[in-house]
Ligand binder design. Structure first.
Ligand SMILES: NC(=O)c1ccc[n+]([C@@H]2O[C@H](COP(=O)([O-])OP(=O)(O)OC[C@H]3O[C@@H](n4cnc5c(N)ncnc54)[C@H](O)[C@@H]3O)[C@@H](O)[C@H]2O)c1
Length: 357
């Protein structure tokens, strides 16, 4: 009898413990879901990203962001509503195969409370049109949406992609009233990626081992930091000697020209660049949302950088959740310094034009 009673008690005890354990598991599951709602599985903040302009760059970037699963919501805005709706539907149809993300077509109002706004809209340069004409035209376009975007998402980071990106970043900075840290131009992140890819082909080495930058203007006056370029921490000259690969000034010039002109090779064949730009933009967005403190060559407002102030140009920057958290000095040769200054001089007349509006 005593034995039976004890057995019943033990069984009861096991049942109670199992029930409590089950409850704890359930609670844990709920907590897990709540945590998952706030963070995604990689521990990133789930964020709202708006993309202004659903052309080649905007739509490919949305596609790349969707696959990465770093956004809870992507709002796509374009004056060409039909085109944008087509892109949104196409993305939405595949979204159940990607990490959860709500992709929607939106007005400027729908961008409210965005964490990052990627600006890929703008007027392209037409034949016979000067860059200054383009500045005036884009000023009118940007005037229409930048102040509104900024007031709807006062804590957001504005990532400018439209060309001429350094000039339009300065324009966005002026029109938004945001601190400079939160108005970023995609700058030469793409050009630096192109440099690393080309060197990776040349040396038959993983491009992530190439430590070197493209700086200055995202455009014709950009330059490669050859004087400090390293492959796996080894100066490029020494790396090429060790691997019996030829390397001289002429090779540097050819590769630098290739970096500058390779976009034209793509545009000539398929009409627009898209994939490389999109992955570069996802890299920037990721660095911001994950608070990575990554070094990227973004276009930022300079303050006495090699004597250059009040100009957006690309330099190495530390990027995190607050945008550009630090601008880094880099040792440049005299020739590279001169190139940087001439990039800055080129910007001056556009800056004056924007300031006069
Ligand atoms: N920074 C870089 O590294 C880099 C690289 C490649 C291209 N770009 C630039 O990115 C921009 C976009 O390139 P793309 O190939 O996607 O061009 P695109 O012509 O395919 O797309 C631009 C889109 O913007 C839309 N648009 C125009 N005005 C608008 C407005 N007021 N509001 C909302 N949408 C508007 C257009 O309808 C169009 O769909 C261009 O300026 C291009 O030069 C920059």
């Amino acid at each position: 009898m005593f034995y039976n009673f004890s057995l019943a008690k033990i069984l009861n005890f096991i049942l109670v413990i199992s029930f409590i354990k089950f409850k704890i598991l359930l609670i844990n599951k709920h907590i897990y879901h709540i945590i998952y709602y706030i963070y995604n599985k990689d521990g990133d903040f789930l964020s709202k990203i708006s993309i202004i302009g659903a052309g080649s760059i905007g739509s490919t970037t949305a596609f790349a962001l969707l696959q990465k699963g770093i956004a809870r919501e992507i709002v796509i805005n374009d004056i060409n509503q039909e085109k944008a709706l087509g892109e949104v539907l196409d993305l939405m149809h595949g979204s159940s195969l990607c990490p959860p993300c709500n992709v929607t077509l939106g007005s400027v109002d729908d961008t409210k409370d965005s964490d990052i706004i990627i600006i890929t809209a703008g007027s392209p340069q037409k034949p016979g049109e000067t860059r200054l004409d383009l500045v005036d035209k884009n000023y009118k376009i940007f005037q229409n949406f930048i102040p509104k975007l900024a007031s709807l998402s006062p804590n957001s980071i504005l990532l400018v992609v439209s060309n001429p990106v350094d000039i339009l970043s300065y324009m966005t900075y002026k029109l938004s009233g945001f601190p400079k840290e939160r108005v970023i131009g995609s700058g030469t992140v793409l050009d630096t990626a192109r440099l690393r890819s080309l060197l990776s082909k040349y040396f038959r080495i993983d491009g992530r081992n190439v430590e070197g930058f493209v700086l200055g203007e995202h455009g014709d006056s950009e330059f490669v930091t050859w004087s400090s370029l390293r492959v796996g921490s080894i100066p490029v000259k020494s790396f090429s000697e060790q691997n019996s690969i030829s390397w001289d000034k002429e090779t540097e010039n050819v590769i630098a020209e290739d970096v500058k002109n390779c976009a034209y090779e793509v545009i000539k064949r398929k009409g627009a660049t898209a994939f490389a730009v999109a992955v570069a933009l996802v890299r920037i967005v990721e660095a911001i949302l994950r608070d990575e403190k990554t070094i990227l060559t973004l276009s930022t407002l300079l303050n006495d950088y090699l004597g250059v102030s009040n100009t957006y140009l690309s330099v190495p920057t530390i990027v995190g959740r607050n945008g550009i958290e630090k601008v880094l000095d880099i040792q440049l040769s005299t020739e590279e310094q001169e190139k940087f200054i001439s990039s800055a001089n080129l910007m001056k007349q556009y800056i004056t034009r924007i300031d006069s509006h």
